[in-house]
Design a protein around this ligand. Structure first.
Ligand code: ARG
Ligand code: ZN
Length: 869
């Protein structure tokens, strides 16, 4: 490993800032390689002390420093700070500096995205723009002036309201913006470029008219409508569900092509990865439409949960992200199918969050130690964070939860606060002691809930016992008991619900807070089947010794749709895991037995088509992987395929029926169409796998006849799954059609990266030379290299180590271009804990190679140093 060890920051070391800045006047004169920044800050000393002012800054060329109009030179500069000694308690600080947006490939700070200037300041990107107190608890009002060439940059945007503008000599022009709200610098944004503009309005519940402006690349106007519609839905929903209204007169969204993450909630000026804005039937799938609606809503909801009330320090990130993800999940559920949404949320937890917690990157939703903050925009902080909020919602009920939210805003509007402050508001508004619940914020790891039961036929009593178990994680040895809400019900052998308790309620909620708790039920006529963890009421692994028959019963008879789906998934995964070590005949028998359990689902009329499709979808390889302590990669992959194929063949007639059953309508993103496409394309996959003789015909017909991307892409996916030669032919056609459309081509890159062919590495290397591929664009890199490392099981985990080496070689290059993306893509390589010893060594060897890279970024350093023994 490289020898300079970066600083580890600790949550417990938090100190108030020594100085505050309450007003900032920024002036930008934009030029590709030398943009001039003038930053005038009104600074006040915070408290009684004589410490110097220490500003953050990175890669900045300093021209001058003035205090109260007088140039000073008694300052010290380091790689990442500027220290200024002064006796004044209140002064105006003027800093003039130069930055180079063109060479900024990290996409943090001010950079160029396909000719347009834009910024990304969260978490600590503002320090790449000018020297500043780059921390979220320094809140200021911003006035921003942007000067640029008018022809190439007709739009000059920043936060808040446009207050003035004018012309300058040499065809330059300027615009001045003023944001009336206090904000931390991570919410600052600047965009300059030439765009097509989609305009609309929204009238708030109190009657104010808000101008909505959506900026997209030239020629993309027709692909912006869905995003704009989504925005209006989100604005309305936040009013009706949370009573929260928008607060500025204008809301702008800009779609850019080069962006590290999904999007950014800068006050009044969201910047989006164009992937989460642009959609039309030809180019976007149903999933894209869904994601756009969700991300647009997510960023909008941040205006209250994140911007009006923000984080005191970055360890508190889940304060805004967990809460905002919970809010966008509730919104999405209300916009379409709640159960399909819930299943999707749970998949993310089980595939990715459980994996993170089982790895050397394990951390609580409120981390304690950080080297590079960008490494903590994680599924743990976001998605487990949202599950923790959801548990509060479950424990307090909707009314109690909303009372807590109301108190939270009453207390903290305009402030930078902590996760504890949030929980305290929930506690006080509900008069409920949440001290034990708070451990969810400090404890990492996936709890296990072991359930046992016994039935006494003579006394007609049934006893059920819940025990919580916690094991050490890489970051924490000591674990404490948590508060775990467990929703469940009991079924009798006729699949009827057993009434529980006096209230004649049929669903119970146990608040498990001791290590072990039992419940006893009287007057029970036969041994019940428990249906457990309804709606995934807590982010835990559940352990109950279900028989296959019992799982079948829960799948068919539970009152909770999530529990029904989950029972089906467990039937599948039990079957897959049990195949190891069996003879071929035994494997056949047990597969047949499992497959037969799903016959009634095929026939079922009491579930939606969408849920049916979800139940008939196998658990992903990644989910199965997380269910085991040690994984035989090839064996697991093989077993999953055996069951997949058996389902295809056994229900071949059904797949044919489902495939031909629905009348095709012109594409619309509409619930009933979406579920029909989902079922039809699932059926197409199975048909392809079943070896149905004329499936090629079906595939070609659908490919040629499709009026939308969902159906075209489904053909490619099916042909790939079936390992048909047709796959290559159709891929070629697809590329010819879309070679000028990089967002669409990403789908094609990803499919290539996921093929299970021996030439996979040569194939990817060739694609890296494709005219649309560039290492500078995160979407391209994620599609090609990310898909390979995250999802191509046989290629990445090839026992000869070639997959690991390939990824490592690439990361060594990417480290120099974009450390943030490199640190994302290294994830599968640091998750070596469950694989066999041979692979573990191969993976660790590659990690060491990357670790020895000259100029290793903090991002990669943090992940590699934790991961190596
Ligand atoms: N706050 C943004 C969101 O969740 C994420 C931006 C984080 N970006 C980063 N480079 N760490 O909506
Ligand atoms: Zn967010």
């Amino acid at each position: 490993m490289s020898t300079i060890i970066p600083e580890i920051k600790k949550r417990s070391d938090y100190q108030q800032p020594d100085f505050l800045i309450n007003h900032v006047d920024l002036e930008f004169t934009l030029a590709e390689t030398s943009t001039k920044v003038i930053c005038v800050s009104q600074v006040t000393r915070n408290g009684l002390h004589n410490r110097p002012l220490i500003l953050d800054g990175e890669g900045i060329e300093l021209l001058s420093v003035h205090i109260n109009g007088i140039e000073v030179s008694n300052y010290q500069q380091t790689e990442n700070s500027l220290t200024i000694d002064t006796d004044s308690n209140e002064f105006e600080l003027r800093i003039v500096n130069i930055i180079n947006p063109k060479d900024n490939s990290s996409l943090e700070g001010l950079y160029l995205s396909a000719g347009a200037y834009c910024t990304q300041c969260e978490a600590e990107g503002f320090r790449k723009i000018t020297y500043f107190l780059d921390r979220p608890d320094v809140l200021a009002k911003y006035d921003v002036t942007i000067i640029a060439d008018k022809k190439n940059f007709p739009f000059l945007l920043s936060n808040g309201n446009k207050v003035d503008s004018g012309e300058l000599p040499d065809s330059m022009h300027w615009v001045k913006w003023s944001d009336p709200f206090n904000k931390p610098c991570y919410l600052f944004a600047l965009v300059a470029g030439d765009f097509d503009l989609l305009e609309d309005q929204f009238v708030t519940q109190s009657g104010r008219t808000i101008a909505l402006e959506l900026f997209v690349d030239k020629g993309m106007l027709s692909r912006g409508q869905h995003a704009l519609d989504s925005l209006k839905k989100a604005m309305r929903w936040d009013e009706t569900e949370f009573g929260l209204e928008y607060d500025l007169d204008i809301y702008m969204i800009v779609a850019v092509d080069f962006f590290n993450m999904g999007a950014m909630e800068n006050k009044g000026l969201n910047v989006f990865n164009s992937k989460f804005v642009l959609a039309d039937a030809q180019t976007a799938t149903d999933e894209d439409y869904f994601n756009i609606e969700a991300v647009i809503a997510h960023e909008y909801f941040h205006n209250w949960t994140g911007n009006r009330v923000t984080c005191r320090d970055w360890f508190q990130l889940s304060l805004k992200e967990g809460l905002t993800v919970f809010r966008d999940q509730q919104f999405s559920a209300d916009m379409s199918s709640p159960i399909v949404n819930r299943i999707q949320n749970v998949r993310i937890i089980r595939e990715r969050q459980f994996a993170e917690d089982a790895s050397t990157m394990s951390h609580p939703i409120r981390p304690d130690e950080v080297i590079e903050m960008n490494n903590f925009y994680t599924v743990t902080v976001y998605d487990k964070g949202a599950e923790v909020i959801r548990m509060l919602f479950t424990l307090l009920g909707k009314t109690g939860f909303l009372a807590g939210i109301k108190l939270y805003f009453k207390r903290f509007d305009g402030q930078a606060v902590t996760c504890d402050d949030f929980v305290q508001a929930m506690q006080d508004a509900n008069d409920k002691d949440l001290s034990q619940f708070r451990r969810w914020y400090s404890q990492s790891g996936t709890p296990k809930v072991v359930v046992t039961d016994s039935y006494d036929p003579s006394a007609k009593t049934y006893q059920i016992t819940f025990e919580q178990q916690h094991s050490a994680t890489f970051d924490q040895n000591e674990k404490q008991d948590l508060v775990i809400p467990i929703q469940f019900s009991l079924l009798n052998d006729k699949l009827e619900l057993i009434k529980l308790g006096d209230a004649k309620q049929q669903q119970k909620m146990l608040e498990l807070h001791d290590s072990k708790q039992s419940l006893e039920f009287k007057n029970i006529d036969s041994k019940p089947i428990p249906s457990l963890l309804h709606g995934f009421s807590a982010p835990v692994k559940l352990d109950y010794p279900y028989s296959q028959q019992q799982l079948g019963n829960v799948m068919l008879g539970s009152p909770d749709e999530f529990a029904r789906w989950d029972a089906g998934q467990k039937l599948f995964s039990d079957c897959i895991h049990d195949l190891a070590g069996k003879t071929q005949q035994q494997q056949k028998d047990s597969i047949n037995q499992t497959v037969a359990m799903f016959e009634p689902i095929i026939e079922a009329t009491d579930i939606s088509l969408a849920l049916k499709a979800e139940i008939l979808t196998l658990p992903s390889f990644e989910t199965l992987f997380q269910q085991m302590d040690t994984v035989d990669i090839d064996g697991l992959n093989q077993s999953r395929k055996l069951l997949f194929k058996a389902l295809a063949q056994k229900f071949q007639n059904n797949w044919l029926t489902q495939y031909s059953k629905f009348e095709k309508q012109p594409y619309a993103y509409q619930a009933n169409q979406v579920e029909q496409r989902k079922m039809r394309n699932l059926a197409l996959k199975y048909l392809t796998l079943s070896g149905q003789h004329d499936v090629e015909q079906l595939l070609i017909e659908q490919f040629n006849g499709a009026d939308n991307m969902t159906d075209s892409l489904a053909v490619l996916g099916a042909a790939q799954l079936g390992d048909l030669d047709l796959f290559e032919k159709l891929m070629l056609l697809f590329e010819q059609k879309w070679h000028n459309d990089p967002l669409v081509l990403d789908k094609w890159f990803a499919l290539h990266a996921n093929t299970e062919r021996p030439d996979i590495l040569a194939r990817i290397s060739m694609l890296m030379g494709h005219s649309q591929f560039t290492i500078n664009n995160p979407n391209r890199v994620r599609a090609l290299i990310g898909t390979f490392s995250f999802f191509n099981v046989s290629g990445f985990h090839n026992i000869d180590g070639s997959g690991y080496k390939f990824v490592a070689d690439y990361l060594i290059k990417l480290n120099e271009v974009n450390p943030q993306i490199a640190a994302r893509i290294i994830t599968p390589l640091i998750q070596w804990q469950k694989v066999d010893k041979v692979r573990q060594q191969l993976m660790q060897h590659q990690l060491m190679r990357i670790g020895d890279t000259k100029g290793l970024s903090n991002d990669l350093f943090e992940k590699i140093s934790k991961s190596l023994p």
